[in-house]
Design a protein around this ligand. Structure first.
Ligand code: KE4
Length: 428
């Protein structure tokens, strides 16, 4: 494949945009390459500036569950644009999407729209702190909830239960309020709760972890978090920015039957335009300004174009058998990749929840960040770059999730598996 134009554009971008990209993971650094510049998408395909065609399993990191340029979404957003793109005033569209979210997500009685997943989680944490009057929060190693200061935190050294900054620019005074537990370990949560009793505002968790690769909650993990939070008066926040409307129409909380106190959303509810949201029980949400004193705001929150894209997308997700069909295609792909690796004698550990999937380049089970880091990331990079040459666009990092859309065809899946067979042979 020829990447001449992408390389030219990257050399221009890097002069005026930090790292040449507007979000780090797009830079292909973890696979030791330079990024492709994408010109267009259509259904399950994306095309780069050198007119190379790829079967796309990134889908903008989750939003494009319908595939690119679904005609109903394109038509509706174009029509909306004729009336204006933003007013900074309420519109009926915000009520329509809010009602669809309230109807779909068990934990949400009221919802506030924002413009990104980061805004959603940052605001939900402030609301939980304001509602409980407590400062500390618990998050999990390997879970990513956006780049707000309280969340760019890693476990403190040794016995220290408080967090330390995971990025320059995060004051240690902020980080120490964030406690780090281990995913799938109720015991680690119990230890933090007992050593910080009556100081914890919330636990925030990805109910299906998608930011260390796809890591599945073990039976009892989410239920255990629910029990601890109910007993201790701690707000349980499910960060469903990725899993919301992805693993089922009601998200992971519907799939696993565990209802949090608050939920954050993003990606799919914007249909590819900038949207995030946070919602929960009425008694909590009403503490938000202007009905309550906890401040949160946004110029483009509830933007008409983004609301329209989200409304049209969620309408189409309600089609009969939408998730059943997606499940079948996703199973075919995930099983096919596992079989291709097995035939090549290459050890991988595959995971999948609905149309979220991952191939971990390790032989052991992956159930938390520690086990995820046993992966052979250089082998993953070779696999990624070889698959790219075969026209398969995977997430450019071992610690990310792949996504399948309604637009992916059985032919796409078959082509991908044939390419994987070749790649696993090559990298072995
Ligand atoms: P944004 O601020 O990127 O819209 O959402 C942050 C966020 C919050 N919660 C979860 C569970 C998320 O997965 C994300 C963002 N996901 C990454 C992909 N791993 C976005 C890609 C990127 O950072 O460019």
């Amino acid at each position: 494949m020829n990447f001449t134009r992408s390389n030219e554009l990257f050399s221009q971008a890097i002069k005026i945009i930090p790292g040449g990209v507007n979000s780090p993971v797009r830079a292909f650094k973890s696979v030791g390459s330079d990024p492709l510049f994408i010109k267009k998408g259509a259904g399950s395909n994306i095309f780069d500036e050198d007119d190379n065609r790829y079967i796309d399993y990134v889908g903008s990191w989750g939003p494009m569950i319908l595939g690119h340029c679904h005609p109903a979404v394109v038509t509706a957003v174009s029509k909306c644009m004729e009336n204006g793109s933003s007013f900074g005033a309420p519109t009926e569209l915000e009520i329509t999407l809010a009602q669809m979210v309230v109807d779909a997500v068990p934990s949400i009685e009221m919802v506030r729209m924002v413009s990104s997943g980061t805004e959603a989680t940052m605001s939900a944490i402030r609301l939980a702190r304001g509602y409980t009057g407590k400062d500390k929060i618990i998050k999990f190693s390997g879970c990513y909830h956006g780049h707000a200061d309280s969340l760019l935190v890693k476990a403190g050294s040794g016995a220290a239960t408080f967090g330390v900054p995971d990025s320059p620019g995060v004051p240690s005074d902020f980080a120490r309020h964030t406690l780090i537990a281990e995913y799938n370990s109720i015991e680690s949560v119990k230890q933090l709760v007992s050593s910080n009793s009556n100081q914890i505002a919330c636990v925030i968790v990805e109910p299906v972890a998608g930011n260390m690769g796809t890591v599945i909650p073990r039976p009892g993990f989410l239920e255990g978090l629910r029990e601890i939070c109910s007993n201790e008066g701690i707000i349980l926040i499910f960060d469903e920015v990725m899993s919301g409307f992805r693993v089922s129409y009601g998200g992971a909380q519907s799939l696993y039957g565990v209802t949090p106190d608050m939920t954050t959303l993003g990606k799919i509810i914007g249909g590819g335009l900038p949207v995030g949201a946070f919602g929960g029980r009425r008694e909590i949400m009403e503490k938000l300004s202007p009905s309550g004193g906890i401040y949160q705001a946004g110029t483009l929150s509830g933007n008409p174009l983004a609301m329209t894209a989200g409304i049209e997308t969620l309408k189409l997700l309600q089609a009969p058998d939408f998730y059943k069909n997606l499940e079948e295609k996703s199973r075919l792909l995930s099983d096919g990749l596992a079989q291709a690796a097995k035939e090549a004698g290459y050890p991988i550990y595959t995971t999948r929840v609905g149309s979220m999937f991952c191939a971990f380049f390790t032989s052991g089970e992956v159930y938390d960040w520690t086990t995820a880091t046993t992966c052979d990331t250089s082998a993953f990079s070779r696999y990624f770059l070889t698959m790219l040459q075969e026209g398969i666009y995977l997430a450019p990092s071992q610690f990310e999730t792949g996504f399948i859309s309604a637009a992916h065809t059985e032919k796409d899946i078959e082509t991908t598996i044939i390419a994987a067979r070749k790649c696993f042979q090559l990298i072995t």
